[in-house]
Design a protein around this ligand. Structure first.
Ligand SMILES: [Zn+2]
Length: 85
């Protein structure tokens, strides 16, 4: 029964980012889902991991300076006009 988990928990941990970002192929995605169905340990890990990920994504956004758009706007505009010329 253990061997029918298809791959080990550790290799699943390495794939979680791609799983959560939806960057996996269908077959890979199904393998992960299948493992999660059979492995309560990984279900708990996935839940905790996605919570931490959400938190750190929010923090990254909050760390942007309030004048980020003002600073970046002209730079992006110049870059675009250089690309066009
Ligand atoms: Zn597992």
């Amino acid at each position: 029964m253990r061997n029918s988990l298809l791959f080990r928990c550790r290799s699943l941990y390495d794939q979680l980012d791609r799983f959560l970002d939806g960057e996996m192929g269908l077959w890979e995605h199904l393998l992960v889902k299948g493992h999660l169905m059979m492995c309560p340990q990984c279900r708990v890990y996935l839940r905790q991991y996605s919570q931490i990920r959400t938190l750190s994504l929010q923090q990254q956004q909050e760390q942007l300076p309030p004048d980020f758009e003002q600073v970046m706007g002209p730079i992006v505009a110049r870059w675009k006009s250089e690309q066009n010329s």
